[in-house]
Design a protein around this ligand. Structure first.
Ligand code: ITT
Length: 204
């Protein structure tokens, strides 16, 4: 099976390729389709945007396409930046400015009240199963937002997303652990189960 990863974010791309490395699918990137125009991510939810990205890629290429929309939900900010995580401090995306803005917004919030979660929604379009050609998967990872950047791995908000169980940020943990426990890893685990079930059905 060929699967197009409908993302322009090279970090997501690397994580998804690693997490799916043992799954018998051939992964492709949007770089193979230079004429493809990016969609506007104007949905009100992660789900809407994930579907929009996957659907546009499937329509353009004809290949089953997987869109990833993800975001950081901070409880003390009523779930912000959420769906606006990438452009929290404006366009074009700037991870450093986004972290500065988030740290400033939480300046008066006590450490124990800085609970947050990363959420990842994946949309698969163009893959027929059980009478549907549209499927979605979701994963979350809980943590706390800290004031000081720690670690050099990962991307986006990873240096200030601290995981209590490990006593480290995503950026300190590195890809091996992040790709086991992250929101993206959990959503992709659901996706993998879905694919493997389909492959078993084909074998029967
Ligand atoms: P595509 O739409 O092309 O996939 P994007 O970076 O614009 O790339 P999103 O719209 O899903 O992706 O934005 C998600 C933002 O949330 C991303 O830019 C980061 O700022 C943040 N984010 C998502 N997953 C993350 C992760 O694993 N680690 C750190 N930050 C993450």
């Amino acid at each position: 099976m060929h699967l197009l990863l409908a993302t322009r974010n090279p970090h997501k791309m690397i994580e998804i390729r690693l997490i799916l490395s043992r799954v018998p699918v051939t992964l492709h990137g949007l770089d193979e389709f230079p004429g493809f125009q990016d969609v506007e991510e104007d949905g009100a939810t992660l789900l809407e945007n994930a579907v929009k990205k996957a659907r546009a890629a499937f329509r353009y290429t004809g290949w089953p396409s997987l869109g990833d929309d993800s975001g950081l939900e901070v409880d003390a900010l009523d779930g912000e930046p959420g769906v606006r995580s990438a452009r929290y401090s404006g366009v074009p995306h700037d991870a450093e400015k986004n972290m500065d803005k988030l740290i400033a917004a939480l300046r008066d919030v006590r450490p124990e009240r800085r609970t947050a979660r990363f959420r990842c929604v994946l949309a698969l379009e163009g893959y027929e199963r059980d009478g549907a050609t549209s499927h979605t998967f979701e994963g979350c990872c809980d943590g706390l937002i800290i004031d000081e950047r720690k670690g050099r791995h990962g991307f986006g908000y990873d240096p200030i997303f601290w995981i209590p169980e490990y006593g480290r940020t995503f950026a300190e943990l590195g890809p091996e652990i992040k790709n086991r426990i992250s929101h993206r890893a959990r959503a992709l685990a659901e996706f993998r189960t879905f694919l493997e079930r389909g492959l078993e059905v084909q074998r029967v």
